[in-house]
Design a protein around this ligand. Structure first.
Ligand code: SAM
Ligand code: SF4
Ligand code: SF4
Length: 340
């Protein structure tokens, strides 16, 4: 394959280093902040399987992205572990030269069964979403009555399969799971795993987001400081979204993702590919650019590469820096469609 290699840089000087690939729009959870049941009910029309990018198509696009500077790929969804044979996709991607970081975000519900196969296929890192250790709170947040014990079993299985420094994502919603902040930190410090507390975001247009529901990162930090004592630590990469901290007693690290109160658009180097091949240049985009059609029309790698360069070149997104009461109401792409 001959893909012209060059680093893609957008109109704000931001390189393209990070790609999130959604492998399905389906999920077995109905987290109230992401896929509220009232919208994603029985009648909701998910994509037909023929609409999804095949593993061959995903690999081909991944190679083109990597030739343009992408170093990190995160597989996501919907719930990525619902995609049959996901370990085969992992093996294909893990074998691509130039990809330094391959990871996956999952709700953990199927991880106990799949952790070993994913690890054996070459997956290097994993993030598990877990909003509470309190079973009642967790069941209410996933809204399908899924028990927290099974997600914890998934994390154990991942650990046993050799995944280290597992990241645990917790979306904090005012009045719902604030009490889980200290609980989660206590449970995972000393294990080598890293909990990341995420401000609840106005993604999509179905979750009824209100600024009042956001617990600011500063408040999360105050709670953890009061309980354990914490110190900031230096970021690894400029484009890292989480601010990193360590517990004062040296028992480990945690992160805080302040996407609402301290936006990080200036360093945003992420593209997102939906499961049917639409490329989104921002988490809050209203439209995506179709890459599946050119693939299926038989366009060459060089033609698709040129399309990608064109899309990234004009990118000017900085939604979070410009967020206003009006933009919050725009019909944005759903998080479950592009995977966060
Ligand atoms: N289903 C998988 C999972 O939950 O990990 C992967 C897809 S999910 C869309 C990716 C991440 O987005 C999860 O960690 C989830 O908690 C987060 N997320 C979803 N909706 C969010 C929102 N409104 N604000 C902040 N984070 C959100
Ligand atoms: Fe599903 Fe993940 Fe969205 Fe929850 S956050 S509904 S697990 S896609
Ligand atoms: Fe990147 Fe868009 Fe989020 Fe800003 S709002 S950090 S441009 S995804």
């Amino acid at each position: 394959m001959t893909i012209p290699t060059s680093v893609a840089v957008d109109s704000q000087g931001r390189p393209l280093t990070d790609l999130r690939i959604s492998v399905t729009d389906r999920c077995n959870f109905r987290c109230t902040y992401c896929m509220p049941k009232g919208v994603f009910g029985r009648d909701f029309k998910f994509l037909a399987s023929a609409a999804l990018l095949t593993f061959e198509e995903i690999e081909r696009l991944a190679r083109i992205f990597i030739a343009h500077g992408v170093e990190k790929i995160r597989l996501t969804g919907g719930e990525p572990l619902l995609r049959r044979g996901l370990d085969r996709l992992v093996a294909r991607l893990a074998a691509i030269d130039g990809l330094t970081d391959l990871t996956l975000t999952t709700n953990g519900s199927l991880l106990d069964k799949q952790a070993r196969a994913l690890r054996d296929a070459g997956l290097r890192r994993i993030t598990v979403s877990l909003d509470s250790l309190d079973d009642a709170v967790f069941r209410a947040m996933n809204d399908v009555d899924f028990p927290v014990a099974r997600v914890l079993a998934g994390i154990e299985a991942a650990s046993a399969a050799g995944f280290e420094r597992i990241k645990i994502n917790c979306v904090v919603k005012r009045g719902v799971n604030e009490s889980s902040i200290v609980e989660l930190a206590r449970r995972f410090r000393g294990t080598g795993h890293v909990v990341r507390f995420i401000e609840y975001m106005d993604v999509g247009s179905t979750n009824g987001w209100r600024l009042d529901d956001v617990v600011p990162a500063s408040e999360i930090l105050e709670l953890l400081e009061a309980e354990f004592g914490v110190r900031p630590i230096a970021p690894v990469k400029r484009s890292d979204v989480a601010s990193r901290y360590e517990f004062a007693d040296g028992s480990g690290e945690f992160g805080v993702i302040a996407s609402v109160t301290q936006p990080f658009c200036r360093d945003c180097s992420r593209a997102r590919l939906s499961s049917e091949g639409l490329l989104y240049t921002c988490l809050f985009a209203t439209v995506g650019q179709d890459l599946r059609a050119p693939l299926r029309e038989g366009k060459s790698d060089a033609e698709i590469a040129s399309l990608l360069r064109g899309i990234w070149h004009v990118r000017a997104d900085r939604y979070s820096e410009l967020r206003t009461a009006d933009t919050v109401k725009l019909p944005k792409v759903e998080m479950s469609h592009i995977g966060g």
